[in-house]
Ligand binder design. Sequence first.
Ligand code: AMP
Length: 171
Amino acid sequence: MDHLKAKIREIPNFPTQGILFYDITTLLCDPQGFRDTVDALAAPYMGEDIDQVVGIESRGFILGAAVANTLGCGFVPVRKPGKLPGATHSQAYSLEYGNNALEIHQDACAGQQRILVVDDVLATGGTAKAALDLVRKAGGHVFGIAFLIELDFLGGRSELPGANVYSVLHY
Ligand code: AMP
């Protein structure tokens, strides 16, 4: 997977001092890089009868929608507050550089048994934990959670006990 790492641009001190930002736009704009990324994210779930991919705004939309298409299943967005027009569940969370909240449509995944949550980066785990909580509030069952990048040194995985966590790239 080093060929994928080679296409990810690392930007120091963005968006705040001390954060090394992994910029995946340089990977996504490369046709082979984008294809290999989506294939690597989807590979463990081929043949697993995933019902829905839940993508976390906003880079989780890009990757999650492509993974859903590859797996032949539906896509559900988890969005920032005030963006979803229907009745929502909301979950507050903290991330590597700030606080926020996420929302899901209340009727988005009721009764869905095999949901795959997708995002670009697992850092401290707050975002992912909020997304898992939202899927459960909405009546869905999480089969797994997949990231392109996991920042091992931040220990975000420990925020997701019991979850089946998969990351393509580790730093
Ligand atoms: P966290 O909740 O701390 O796990 O942060 C994960 C979210 O923040 C993901 O949706 C990422 O898009 C973003 N993020 C956090 N840290 C970074 C980083 N170093 N580089 C790029 N994105 C990051």
